[in-house]
Design a protein around this ligand. Sequence first.
Ligand code: CO
Length: 134
Amino acid sequence: MIGKLNHVAVAVPDLGAAAKVYREIMGATVSGPQALPDHGVTVVFVDVGNTKIELLEPLGDSSPIAKFLESNPTGGMHHLCFEVDDIIAARNRLTEQGARVLGDGEPREGAHGKPVLFLHPKDFTGTLIELEQV
Ligand code: CO
């Protein structure tokens, strides 16, 4: 059911500093910052050819990654994003098997303008999973 790994997301306390590490030290191509107020984050994408690294910085007072950064003040891996062909069919299949979808269970528009959902990390070996319909 799941398709390609679309991106690995890393939460960081300072997006500019993190983008600089990837751009200048790692020599990678890094996108410009994109504010996603609905998701409480600002993102940049690092293109590594076979997939992307999504660097996330908190945006606003109720950012969902603020708590994560309290526990991981220097940053850390936050979620994996897999591609699916049909996000509603994928959600229904997963919830029928007992997996929990975060929020109200309905897809929202993600960083690429495509529908996304997040799945509870306790149901996926301790890893927050994002599904993106491509
Ligand atoms: Co993501």
